[in-house]
Design a protein around this ligand. Structure first.
Ligand code: ACO
Length: 317
């Protein structure tokens, strides 16, 4: 498969570190030094489904197709207002598509997992175009009285159209089960048969554990996709890493012996938008004409689970 269109959408409200410091015991200096984040876009008046639709329509237009041409919609989403139906089903109606739809919850690695699923569908042989759209609102998951998590996140949606062709060269996915370092628990309805003292809480994160895992897994995933594709670290034109934290991106960059030249980032403007972060960055680079046909790219992400994954591709637009 190959990428034939990209799109992204973000909410209208820009929230600076200074704005956060008016109601949290934090500072612009602390946030920037530890994370690189200056501002983030946060859902206020919008709905996530509208951002997902906007990003998808931009990608569909660029690919030169119409929504009914889609053979599958895979939506990477961690939370939205609906537990069921899946966001992809809601989106299908908004777009006017008529294909099968499924959501996956791979947390921040969801984009890579969705691409891998799409790759498998193309290999099955009866697909022409698949929409992968990542739509996330992590700012609805965090406790806004807690400075350790709430300052890190932003909301948004990023989409790609995948079409039959030759672009993707290698994938490496991993999962290491861990429900301690990064999780959120929600309370379910009581039934006549189950009355549990279940928690209903916000996102909990052990930041330093996530940091170490992110660096180690990203490095091993990236090295493996390079090995599988038969190329060297220096051959890659653009490394697009999950935009969680500038210090993680910088650490991976240094261990790979690379420079900021081929590690683009926008975490400073969007914060961590979970699985939407890579497709949002991809769309920004594409629309700014920073990507040239044939250039080699690596995507790499890590997320709650822990899920991690990377892939190597050649740019095909
Ligand atoms: N402002 C000011 N002080 C803060 C803030 C804040 N926003 N948050 C935490 N602190 C304080 C802590 O309370 C602590 O204070 P104490 O020493 O008095 O107890 C102090 O800062 C140091 O806290 P640490 O957690 O040790 O800070 P650390 O240097 O590890 O930085 C951070 C925290 C930025 C979260 C770091 O661990 C990190 O980058 N982790 C990676 C996690 C990440 O990026 N997750 C992204 C979301 S998950 C995902 O995308 C899969």
């Amino acid at each position: 498969m190959k990428i034939t269109g990209t799109g992204s959408a973000s909410p209208s409200l820009t929230v600076s570190n200074e704005m956060l410091a008016t109601f949290l015991d934090t500072s612009d200096e602390w946030i920037q030094t530890r994370t690189g984040i200056k501002t983030r876009q946060i859902i206020s008046t919008e709905q996530l489904k509208d951002l997902a639709a906007e990003a998808s329509i931009i990608a569909i237009d660029e690919a030169g197709i119409k929504a009914p041409d889609l053979d599958y919609i895979i939506c990477s989403n961690t939370v939205n207002e609906y537990v069921t139906p899946a966001l992809s089903c809601i989106l299908q109606g908004m777009l006017g598509a008529n294909c099968p739809c499924i959501d996956l919850n791979g947390a921040c690695s969801g984009f890579i997992y969705a691409l891998d699923m799409a790759d498998a569908l193309f290999k099955r042989g009866n697909m022409e175009h698949i929409l992968v759209v990542c739509a996330e609102e992590p700012t609805r998951m965090v406790d806004w009285t807690r400075r350790d998590t709430s300052v890190l996140f932003g909301d948004g949606a990023g989409a790609v159209i995948l079409s039959k062709g030759e672009g993707f060269k290698s994938f490496k996915l991993s999962t290491i089960s861990n429900t301690e370092a990064l999780y959120q628990i929600r309370k379910l309805q009581d039934s006549p048969f189950v009355k549990k003292e279940e928690e209903d809480g916000a996102l909990v994160m052990k930041g330093q554990d996530v940091f170490k895992l992110a660096v180690n897994c990203s490095l091993s995933d990236i090295k493996e996709v390079l090995r599988l594709a038969g190329i060297k670290a220096d051959d890659v034109d653009h490394y697009l890493l999950h935009q969680a934290n500038m210090r993680i991106i910088d650490t991976v960059m240094r261990y790979m012996g690379q420079t900021k030249r081929n590690f683009p980032h926008n975490v400073e403007r969007y914060g961590n938008t979970s699985s939407a972060s890579i497709p949002m960055l991809l769309d920004e680079l594409n629309k700014k004409r920073k990507l040239k046909t044939g250039q080699k790219m690596v995507f790499s992400a890590f997320g709650a689970g822990f899920t991690t994954g990377a892939c190597m591709l050649e740019w095909t637009i």
